[in-house]
Design a protein around this ligand. Structure first.
Ligand code: SF4
Ligand code: SF4
Length: 165
């Protein structure tokens, strides 16, 4: 497992951003049929080595979206009403979705463990979305996530290099 150094990651993500942006542009244009499988393969390889507990940059810097079932489940965990949970932790963003009022996430422990791990939002379970179906539809998001998540940066860099770009 590799320890993650966020300062190194931030420098790397900046220096690789423009190459990865070009690579994403090409993927959008060429729409490879095996894109999902390629992402999934690289995702699995990268996450075999990633120690998320030395990072937690996603939980520290961005907010997941909270869908209704997430809100109801977490409200139950905290033995509060869904309305109180929303008032206490959430706000509505520019796109009309519920997100956290503040970062880092209030449910992140000091040891980088999620305090509500079993009941965490669906978006947290699926983050960083590099092993899902229809990757073609979320290439811009994936590029953005390469500035937040060291694993995404590694996935894109590995894919780009494998493609000889
Ligand atoms: S998913 Fe990415 S940003 Fe989140 S802890 Fe793991 S490596 Fe870090
Ligand atoms: S709910 Fe847990 S996994 Fe999701 S952002 Fe907060 S600390 Fe991270």
């Amino acid at each position: 497992m590799s320890q993650i150094d966020i300062e190194d990651f931030e420098k790397l993500s900046k220096s690789h951003f423009s190459s990865n942006k070009d690579f994403i542009k090409k993927l959008k244009k060429s729409k490879p049929k095996t894109l999902d499988e390629t992402f999934e393969r690289h995702h699995d390889t990268v996450f075999e080595q990633m120690d998320c507990l030395t990072c937690a940059n996603c939980c520290k810097t961005t907010s997941p979206l909270f869908i209704r079932t997430d809100i109801d489940r977490l409200a139950k965990t905290f033995r509060m009403s869904s309305v109180t949970f929303i008032d206490t932790y959430l706000r509505v963003d520019e796109e009309g979705d519920y997100v956290l009022q503040s970062s880092p996430c209030p449910f992140l422990g000091e040891d980088n463990k999620c305090l509500v791990y079993e009941d965490r939002p669906k978006a947290c379970r699926e983050y960083p979305h590099t092993n899902r179906k229809k990757m073609h539809q979320i290439l811009n998001l994936t590029l953005t996530n390469s500035t937040i998540c060291p694993a995404v940066l590694q996935v894109l860099n590995n894919m780009r290099k494998a493609a000889g770009q």
